[in-house]
Ligand binder design. Structure first.
Ligand SMILES: [Zn+2]
Length: 250
């Protein structure tokens, strides 16, 4: 039967999973190394372990989270298309769709330019006549159109543009993967949770690395995950994903 102090230790340990701090907060006198040793002895006691597992179960119940939920969230992060968070795109240039590939205005720009031309004409005198209004490539410029492959000005490459969607409206995997923005003097940086880290965690959750090692007969099951460096785990996870038909970034 666990003592009052041991129960207190379990409750404290569940708060931050810091064994020696929990040990001290539970009211034990030991400090430093001896607290650490005593705490790890407690963590090997089957009764204490059972109480911790019970506590973890209650915590999961309270926040309505399960192993599956966590794996699904990590999976979302692993497969997010970065284009959902930030895009580097090629859009049409001013000449792509202009009549005769001349500079194309929007309707509003043409209106303002024409008003300016009319004003210039009113102020003009015979010595300095105003030339006829130049319609150039006409109106209808639409910034979001794709480049015209036949354009003699941009040669079909258009102009490059960086677009960040309204992050309040992100949904699904993109919302999970979104980790905020950093505003720096050089501009805005969109942050995304690490895809490789998420992949490796998913792999650990579903026992993927253990299976791979067993399959290859490399080492015994007991050695498992710890013996794999993060690099190797990432590579294995990516290989497995590619085999499953996913497009995985390098
Ligand atoms: Zn063009």
């Amino acid at each position: 039967m666990a003592t009052e102090k041991q129960l207190r230790f379990v409750a404290e340990f569940l708060k931050d999973r810091n064994a020696s701090a929990a040990y001290q907060r539970a009211g034990y006198a030991a400090r430093g190394n001896s607290a650490e040793t005593a705490a790890s002895r407690l963590l090997r006691d089957p009764e204490i372990v059972a109480l911790i597992e019970q506590g973890e179960g209650e915590l999961r119940e309270r926040v309505k989270i399960s192993q599956e939920n966590i794996t699904e969230l990590l999976w979302d992060i692993a497969i997010t298309d970065a284009n959902d968070l930030i895009q580097h795109r090629h859009l049409c240039c001013r000449y792509c769709y202009g009549i005769g590939f001349r500079y194309q205005r929007t309707a509003g720009e043409r209106e303002r330019d024409f008003a300016q031309w009319e004003a210039d004409q009113r102020d003009a005198d015979d010595d300095d006549p105003v030339r006829p209004f130049d319609e150039m490539g006409g109106t209808g410029y639409h910034k979001l159109k794709d480049p015209n492959p036949d354009c003699p000005e941009c040669f079909g490459e258009g102009v490059t543009d960086v677009y960040i969607p309204d992050t309040r409206k992100l949904t699904g995997a993109a919302r999970t993967a979104y980790a905020g923005v950093q505003v720096t003097k050089d501009g805005i940086k969109v942050l995304q949770h690490s895809k490789p880290d998420a992949l490796v965690k998913v792999g650990e959750h579903i026992g993927m690395f253990r299976k791979v090692l067993e399959h290859k007969g490399v080492i015994g099951v007991a050695e498992i995950t710890e013996s794999l460096t993060p690099d190797v785990k990432e590579r294995v996870a990516k290989e497995m994903l590619r085999e499953a038909g996913y497009v995985v970034d390098e």
